[in-house]
Design a protein around this ligand. Structure first.
Ligand code: SIN
Length: 288
C-alpha cells in the first residue's frame, strides 16, 4: 500500500519484510518542515512504528525542534542522565570527565528489552534517538514489533491473557538491571503503576503487547507465576522474526513508537569504544 500522505519528494523504504520499520528518504530534519512533511512522517510512524533518518546533521536544538512536532517532551525522572542546559535530552554516554571511555555501561537498563517510561501513568509515545558517537563494534539498538508479535500469538493464548494488567515499577527494574537503585525522590515521582498487558494503539486501533523490563508482576497472579508468564511472552515477542537490529552509522536519527515496540541496546567494549547517544521522549497517554 502506498504512503498516500507522502509529499512528492519524500520516500519510504522498508527496513524489514513486514510493515515494521521504514527509512524515510529525502527529508532534511535540520530545516523547518512543512505541515505536509510532518503529517507524512506522522503517518509513516503510525504505520511502521519505527523510522530511520540517515544523513541528518542535527544540532541539539534541531533535534528538540523536530521532536516537538510529535507532542510535549518529557523530562525523565532519572535526572542524572539529563543535560542541565537541555533537560529534554537524555544523554547516554560512556565518556568520563577526563574525556576517555569509562569502562562501564552508563545505563544498564537500556541493555534489556523495554519501552520508555512505562513506569509512569502516561508513558512515552515516541522516542527520538540520535547517534553522536558510534561504537565500531557492538552498541547496536534492536527493536521488536509488539503488534506483529501479538498478531502471531495463537488465539487461545490471546483469549487467556487479553485482559491481564501488569504493574510497571521503576524501583524494581533498576534493581533487576543492576543499575544504581532509584532514589527516594525518584520512587516518589514514579510509584508502581498498572497498565494493560495488551494495549490498543490510539491511532490505528491495532493491538500489541505492552511489557518489557519495567513490567514487574501481573495483577491478581502469584508473583512467580506472573513473572514466568511475562518471561515467556517476552521470549515469544522478541524472536528474530519480530526484530529489526540497527547498526548505527554517523548522523542518524531513529524514532520509534513506544506504544507498539520494545527496544534494547547491545553491549560494546565500554573501556575502549566511545559511544554517545541522546534521546528526546514525547509524552504519551494513559494506555488502554
Ligand atoms: C534507549 O534505550 O533509549 C537507548 C538505546 C541505545 O542506547 O541504543
Amino acid at each position: 500500500m502506498p504512503d498516500t500522505a507522502m509529499p512528492a519528494e519524500m520516500r519510504v523504504r522498508p527496513l524489514t519484510d513486514s510493515d515494521f520499520g521504514a527509512e524515510i528518504l529525502a527529508v532534511d530534519l535540520a530545516q523547518p518542515l512543512s505541515t505536509a512533511q510532518v503529517d507524512a512522517v506522522r503517518a509513516a510512524f503510525d504505520r511502521h512504528r519505527l523510522l530511520l533518518f540517515r544523513n541528518q546533521h542535527l544540532t541539539r536544538d534541531a533535534h528538540i525542534a523536530f521532536s516537538r512536532h510529535f507532542g510535549e517532551l518529557e523530562h525523565h525522572v532519572l535526572s542524572q542522565y539529563l543535560d542541565p542546559k537541555y533537560p529534554e535530552l537524555y544523554v547516554i554516554s560512556n565518556i568520563g570527565p577526563d574525556g576517555k571511555p569509562r569502562g562501564e555501561h552508563p545505563d544498564k537498563g537500556t541493555l534489556w528489552w523495554h519501552t520508555d517510561t512505562s513506569f509512569t501513568r502516561t508513558p512515552s509515545l515516541a522516542t527520538l534517538l540520535r547517534g553522536i558517537e558510534i561504537a565500531a563494534d557492538g552498541g547496536q539498538t534492536w527493536f521488536a514489533d509488539m503488534q506483529g508479535a501479538w498478531d502471531a500469538l495463537p488465539a487461545a493464548t490471546k483469549a487467556r491473557i487479553a485482559d491481564l494488567r501488569v504493574v510497571h515499577d521503576l524501583a524494581a527494574s533498576r534493581l533487576r538491571s543492576g543499575d544504581l537503585p532509584a532514589t527516594e525522590e525518584q520512587r516518589r515521582r514514579a510509584p508502581p503503576i498498572a497498565h494493560p498487558l495488551v494495549r490498543t494503539h490510539p491511532v490505528t486501533g491495532r493491538k500489541g503487547f505492552y511489557m518489557g523490563l519495567h513490567a514487574d508482576h501481573v495483577v491478581g497472579m502469584p508473583y512467580d507465576e506472573g513473572r514466568a508468564l511475562l518471561d515467556e511472552l517476552l521470549a515469544f515477542a522478541t524472536q528474530d522474526r519480530f526484530v529489526y537490529k540497527h547498526t548505527w552509522s554517523a548522523d542518524e536519527l531513529v524514532m520509534w513508537d513506544n506504544r507498539a515496540t520494545l527496544h534494547r541496546a547491545t553491549s560494546y567494549d565500554t573501556g575502549r569504544e566511545r559511544r554517545v547517544v541522546e534521546r528526546t521522549v514525547v509524552r504519551g497517554e494513559v494506555p488502554v
